[in-house]
Write a protein that binds this ligand. Sequence first.
Ligand SMILES: *Cc1c(COP(=O)(O)O)cnc(C)c1O
Length: 395
Amino acid sequence: MDTNTIKPYSYIAETYSRFGITITRGSGTRLWDDKGRQYTDFTSGIAVCSLGHCNPHIVEAVKAQAERLFHVSNLYWTEPQLKVASLLVENSCADRVFFCNSGAEAVEAAIKLARKYGHDTRGPDCFEIITLQGSFHGRTLAAITATGQPVYQRGFEPLPPGFTHVPPNDIRALELAAGKRTAAVMVEPIQGEGGVRPLTDEFLQAARQTADQLGALLIFDEIQVGMGRTGSLFAYEQTPVEPDVICLAKGLAGGVPIGAMLAREEAMKHLGPGTHASTFGANPIACAAAGAVLEQLLETDILRQVREKGQYLMEGLRKLASRWDKVKEVRGRGMILGVEFKKAMPDLASWLMKEGFLVLVAQGLILRLLPPFIMEKEEIDRLLDALYRYKSSNP
Ligand SMILES: *Cc1c(COP(=O)(O)O)cnc(C)c1O
């Protein structure tokens, strides 16, 4: 297909504002476009390709599985699904896994579980889910309603009932919002899309306590911060609490579409046969990829690298911030880091792209870095150098 004459991009729905490049190849921390230009990827495809592009372990697992079995539906067991489920359960506070294909579906499954659990244990009036302002939980109707940002909801009303939002880290507001209708409290331990905003230990403890007092569920949306991103397999491991439900997706299969909703048996037993389903859920190829990702995270020193190189990048950014008036704050943990500016930096991402770096910007205001865990210190240094150059043209 000649992309210059027939402009196939005009066939695509314009739901995204895109950078005008076409990526054709990836390897490790690098991507190449159709003009042969090389980029160092500080986005990991939005926290997905955390072990690098075309990671050989994942490629090998996917190839082998593709030659063996693509799909059989959930009427039967498959080996890759059992392996991933057992690795997730054996290494978390959860007891069972429901597989789906994306983050929004994992959130949707958690919302359905919370409602079913609320109905079964406390009656039909117990269906409300408390989430946080500035949160992001995905794009299905229920997920945009859970998402505490009106910009994602406008024009799609009427939204499903049963969601309340409170400001992050506001314990009093949470306690006031919670009551006999509350089926669950759902939070991201670090808000990702919302601009890399960590929740305080005190707030998470209050959320745990509130849920316990009511008999409600505490749901952690770890779709962005799970799977090693913060330096532990799950982000909750670095907080003082354990959730009842964990949503995973993005990094779980290193770039193959997958989602998972993990829960304690006490909750998950309320989703019996016929209550929820997904044709593609636990797809053998996706699960083979997830199995390879989990093996890498559990059996190599990659999580230590996330902590160490994340710290290195954080220190570099803090040093830059101390010399740059325009920076308001540097935040994050492990390899999810944000630099908030006092004023919007509308050209920062495209300027860095011309310099050969791919980065994310949240709300025009926050540089969000989600590098692959295999990013080398020299590559981090080169990004920091580029940021210093940008700074000298924007003092
Ligand atoms: C990306 C994201 C989602 C949505 O995932 P999709 O796969 O795009 O549906 C939900 N929650 C969080 C925290 C996310 O970062």
